[in-house]
Design a protein around this ligand. Structure first.
Ligand SMILES: Cc1ncc(COP(=O)(O)O)c(C=O)c1O
Ligand SMILES: C[C@@H](O)[C@H](N)C(=O)O
Length: 387
């Protein structure tokens, strides 16, 4: 008996579950006719090589830590580019360890890839300021390579920028990078939303932000399927030998891509269309929406929304427990207003910030505020997903 098919997904204008839900638009297809046709596994595809080179050189400035030449490797996802980076760096594991923020995607959302694929001890660290890891958090938790055979010395540290929509301050990235490299520890950046950090930075030329950050790291993942709006893809950036090893591991894990030209060409098209203008627009729309929503609920309903993280780019993280909103009520009013939500995280992208979309989203919360004027909040309900 064939499984029932999901209904056609035709628009992400009411979808606030994630910035991964943007969909191809009619003008994407005009790109297909001219896309190159080479086999990417043999590095013969022009559009794919162009994209890898564009991210490594034009976007990131061509240089990584220690002046290493930057090279790009096109991957099907950022989970793959992160896991390939970690496996490629941890080529001497076991018995070594890697350290990351305990909220990091590589730790929470990559299906234990760190343990299985890199066979590494993972040291998840809570940030002492609740915003980003500081050097002292790392120094208090890393494992020094002091020859003690009971231990698994830390050989890799993975940072994430943005993390939960929060921008990692450059000066702290620099402090951590300087210390890591004097300790002989490699540094990877999960830059799935580095676009958003760049567009929210003070840099006038947003590419200058990338050029500043890239030389702090030994490898960087740059996602194309979130705020950039491509349907597929990520580019892993690293040195020449690192890329060779990552490409070998990519083939081993079945991640080699044949005629990737049309995917790469659409990704290039999306970068041109959305960076930096639309990504800046989304950031502004997110903070304006949050200010308006908070004020309306407080002044008109006496209902105070609480955040679990500051609003800095394209996410609003509402702390449901502190705001006294239970998940059933949230999702019920989401559905009644035809708004897709996972939980208290609201993700904004270039397809859900039109006026009609934001009006619907706001009404979800005014309806909730109204509801709680005559109903009890249920504190015992399943808590929201811990991102
Ligand atoms: C910070 C971060 N890194 C990596 C990923 C993984 O990206 P992908 O969905 O392309 O595997 C995500 C989510 O998509 C993410 O939010
Ligand atoms: C769930 C996670 O994999 C995805 N990156 C998101 O933020 O929605």
């Amino acid at each position: 008996m064939p499984n029932p098919l999901p209904p056609q997904y035709t628009s992400s204008s009411n979808d606030y579950r994630s910035d991964t839900f943007t969909i191809p638009t009619a003008d994407f297809w005009s790109q297909l006719g001219n896309s190159s046709l080479g086999d990417t596994i043999y590095e013969e595809d022009t559009d794919t090589c162009f994209l890898e080179d564009r991210i490594a050189n034009s976007l990131l400035g061509g240089k990584l830590y220690g002046g290493a030449e930057a090279y790009g490797l096109f991957c099907m996802s950022t989970t793959m580019s992160n896991q390939l980076a970690i496996r490629a760096h941890m080529n001497f594991a076991p018995p070594f360890s890697l350290l990351c923020d305990k909220r990091a995607h590589i730790y929470v959302d990559e299906a234990a890839g760190l343990a299985v694929l890199s066979q590494s001890l993972v040291i998840p660290v809570a940030s002492s300021n609740d915003h980003h890891l500081v050097l002292e958090d790392i120094q208090a938790n890393y494992i020094p390579d002091d020859g003690d055979i009971h231990l698994a010395p830390t050989r890799l540290i993975c940072l994430e920028n943005t993390l939960h929509g929060m921008c990692f301050p450059y000066d702290e990235l620099k402090r951590i990078s300087d210390w890591c490299h004097q300790e002989g520890i490699k540094l990877h950046l999960d830059g799935a939303r580095l676009w958003n950090a760049a567009c929210s930075s003070q840099e006038t030329d947003k590419i200058a932000y990338f050029h500043k950050v890239a030389p702090l790291f030994d490898s960087i993942s740059i996602c194309l399927s979130k705020s950039v709006g491509a349907p597929i893809g990520s580019v892993l950036i690293g040195g020449e030998d690192f890329r060779k090893r990552a490409r070998h591991l990519q083939k081993q894990q079945g991640g080699g891509i044949r005629q990737a030209g049309f995917i790469a060409r659409i990704a290039n098209f999306c970068i041109d269309r959305n960076f930096p203008g639309n990504i800046i627009k989304v950031s502004n729309a997110t903070s304006e929406f949050w200010q308006d929503l908070y004020t309306t609920l407080k002044n008109d309903y006496g209902f105070e929304l609480k955040l679990s993280h500051p609003v800095e780019t394209n996410f609003i993280f509402i702390d449901l427990a502190k705001s006294k909103i239970d998940m059933t009520t949230l999702l019920k009013f989401g559905a009644l207003n035809d708004v897709k939500l996972f939980d208290g995280r609201l993700a904004f992208h270039y397809q859900n910030i039109e006026e009609d979309s934001l009006k619907k989203l706001k009404k979800v919360f005014t309806d909730i505020a109204n509801y709680y004027q005559s109903h009890e909040y249920n504190p015992n309900e399943r808590s929201a997903r811990i991102y």
